[in-house]
Design a protein around this ligand. Structure first.
Ligand code: ADP
Length: 488
C-alpha cells in the first residue's frame, strides 16, 4: 500500500509541472479534484464490490452448510437418505423451486445417492478428500464453460467421532450471485463517470467562486499607483484566509502610504533646509558684487559664505549619515569601549559647547559597566547630539547630567538630563521625526535643523537599542539611550 502511495506521489510530481503548472488555479483545482476522484473511485468501487461478493458467497456457503448438516443428520445407517435427495432438498427449502444438487459418495468415487440433476457432474477434489480424512469440510468453486461457477460443500460423514469414508456433497450454481454482482458492476460503470464529471464541474465552480475575491484584489491593486496609495481592497465579510489576506494587504498599503508620505515630507524638508543657507550664500555674494568693496568688506562677505557653506556641509553630512544608518549601510566596527573614558570625552565636548551659558556637565556612573562593546564613533555622535540639545535648551548656569548604568539583560543605558523648558507630552515621539522642531524659529536661531534626534535614534538602532524621551513642560527633559551590546 505504501509502495503504491509512493509510486502515485512520484507519478503526480512528475506530471504536475507538465500538466498543471500553466493552467489557471480554478482549472488546476478542478483537475486535481478530478484526478483524485479518478484514483479514489475505482479503489472504493473495488472495495465495495469485493465486500458484497464476499458476503454473497458467505450466505451461499451458509445455506450449503445448513443443507449439508441436515443431510448428515437425517442420513440412515446405510448412508442413504430416505425419500430421495430431491425430496429432501425440497423439504429443506420449502415449496420454492430448488436449484441445488446433493449426493453422497465414498472415497472411491461410488455415488451412494444423488439428487436428480444430471447436468451436474463434479469431481471430488484431492484437497476436499484430504481435509475430509481429517474431519474437515471444504467449500470449493468450480468454473463451468459459459456459465456462472458452481459452489460446492464437501462434508465428511462422521459416526462416533470416526470418518466413515462417505462424503455428503451439496452444491448450487452461483448464477443468482453472479447476476447480482454483474448488476453492481454495471451500476459502478455508469455511476463512476457521472460522479467524476459532477466532481470536476462542481470543483471548478467552487474554485471560481472561492477565488472571486482574489480577482477583486487584483483589480484593486491595478488601480494603485506610486502617487496614490489611498485605495483599499474590499475585505470579504466572511473571516477566512482571503479576508486575512485582504486585511494584511490593506495594512501593508497603509504602511507604504505612511512611508511614501514620510519620504515626500523628508524630500521637501531637505530642499527647504538647504535652500536657506544657499539663499544666504547667494545674497551675500550678490551684495558683495554689487559694487567695489573694501578688502575688509570682502573678507566679511567671504566669512559669512564660509560659515553658511560649513553649516550646509554639516547638514548634508548628517543627512548622509542618517540615510546610510537607516539603510544599514554603515560599516559597523565594534570595539571594547572604556565607559569612564567615553563619558569623560563626551562631557568635555559638551562643556565646551555650554561654556557661553556657563552650563556644567556632570557625569554619574552608578552601576555602570567598566566597559562595553560598541561602534564608538557612532555612539559618540548620538550621545553628542543629546548633550548638545540639552545644552541648547538649558537655562544659563544650568546643570546637564550624563549617566550610564547597566540596563536589562546585556544592555547599557545612557541618560542625558537637563533643566530646560521641557517638551510637551504629545510631541515626545514626534521630535524624533527628521526636521521636526517644537519651536522652529527658536531652534533655527540655536542652530538646529531638526535631525539631531533622528540621527541619535538611528545610531542607537545600529546597536540594537533605541532612544526615548521623558519630559514635563517647564521641568527639564531626560533622554534615555539604550544599546544592546554585551557589556564586559
Ligand atoms: P535640532 O537640530 O533642532 O535640535 P533635534 O532633532 O535634535 O533637532 O531635536 C528636535 C526638536 O526636539 C528640537 O527642535 C527641540 O524642539 C526638541 N528638543 C530636543 N531636545 C530637547 C531638549 N533637551 N529640551 C527641549 N526640547 C528638545
Amino acid at each position: 500500500m505504501t509502495i503504491l502511495f509512493l509510486k502515485i506521489r512520484k507519478f503526480l510530481r512528475r506530471i504536475y509541472p507538465r500538466l498543471f503548472a500553466r493552467l489557471p488555479i480554478s482549472v488546476r483545482l478542478a483537475a486535481g479534484h478530478g484526478l483524485l476522484m479518478l484514483i479514489l473511485l475505482p479503489m472504493v468501487g473495488f472495495g465495495i464490490y469485493n465486500m458484497v461478493r464476499r458476503d454473497l458467497l458467505k450466505s451461499v456457503d451458509g445455506a450449503l452448510l445448513v443443507s449439508g448438516e441436515s443431510m448428515h443428520a437425517s442420513r440412515s445407517s446405510e448412508g442413504l437418505v430416505k425419500g430421495g435427495l430431491d425430496q429432501f432438498l425440497l423439504n429443506f427449502s420449502g415449496e420454492r423451486e430448488v436449484n441445488a444438487y446433493a449426493r453422497i459418495v465414498d472415497l472411491s468415487g461410488n455415488i451412494r445417492n444423488h439428487s436428480n440433476r444430471d447436468d451436474v457432474s463434479l469431481p471430488v477434489s484431492r484437497i476436499a478428500m484430504a481435509r475430509a480424512e481429517q474431519g474437515a469440510s471444504t467449500f470449493e468453486s468450480w468454473d463451468r464453460p459459459d456459465k456462472a461457477p458452481f459452489r460446492q460443500l464437501t462434508m465428511p460423514v462422521i459416526v462416533n467421532g470416526l470418518f466413515t469414508g462417505s462424503l455428503v456433497q451439496v452444491g448450487t450454481p452461483l448464477d443468482a450471485t453472479y447476476a447480482t454482482l454483474k448488476q453492481i458492476r454495471n451500476v459502478f460503470y455508469l455511476a463512476f463517470p457521472a460522479i467524476l464529471c459532477v466532481c470536476v464541474i462542481a470543483g471548478y465552480i467552487m474554485a471560481r467562486r472561492s477565488l472571486a475575491p482574489v480577482d477583486g484584489m487584483r483589480r484593486a491593486a491595478e488601480q494603485l499607483s506610486g502617487s496614490d496609495l489611498s485605495h483599499r481592497i474590499e475585505v470579504p465579510l466572511v473571516r477566512d484566509e482571503l479576508h486575512d489576506l485582504a486585511d494584511t494587504f490593506n495594512r501593508m498599503l497603509g504602511r507604504l502610504e505612511d512611508a511614501f508620505e514620510r519620504q515626500r515630507r523628508f524630500n521637501s524638508d531637505v530642499s527647504h533646509e538647504l535652500r536657506t543657507p544657499l539663499t544666504a550664500i547667494r545674497g551675500e555674494a550678490e551684495l558683495a558684487l554689487r559694487r567695489i568693496r573694501t578688502t575688509e568688506e570682502y573678507r566679511t562677505a567671504l566669512e559669512t559664505i564660509q560659515r553658511e557653506s560649513l553649516s550646509m556641509g554639516c547638514t548634508v553630512d548628517d543627512l548622509l549619515l542618517l540615510a546610510r544608518a537607516e539603510a544599514c549601510a554603515l560599516p559597523n566596527v565594534k570595539t571594547v569601549v572604556s565607559t569612564g573614558d567615553f563619558l569623560v570625552a563626551a562631557a568635555a565636548k559638551a562643556s565646551a559647547l555650554g561654556k557661553n551659558k556657563q552650563i556644567a556637565v556632570k557625569i554619574i556612573e552608578s552601576e555602570a559597566p567598566v566597559s562595553f562593546i560598541a561602534a564608538e564613533n557612532y555612539l559618540s555622535v548620538a550621545i553628542g547630539n543629546l548633550l548638545s540639545n540639552a545644552i541648547k535648551h538649558s537655562p544659563e548656569q544650568g546643570i546637564v547630567t550624563l549617566s550610564c548604568k547597566k540596563g536589562k539583560g546585556e544592555s547599557v543605558l545612557f541618560t542625558v538630563s537637563d533643566q530646560g523648558e521641557g517638551i510637551p507630552k504629545g510631541l515626545l515621539e514626534q521630535i524624533f521625526d527628521p526636521f521636526f522642531r517644537v519651536d522652529s524659529a527658536r531652534n533655527r536661531i540655536a542652530g538646529g535643523v531638526g535631525i539631531g534626534l533622528s540621527l541619535a535614534r538611528a545610531m542607537a538602532k545600529l546597536h540594537g537599542g533605541n532612544v526615548r524621551a521623558e519630559s514635563t513642560t517647564g521641568n527639564g527633559s531626560q533622554f534615555h539611550l539604550s544599546i544592546q551590546q554585551a557589556a564586559t
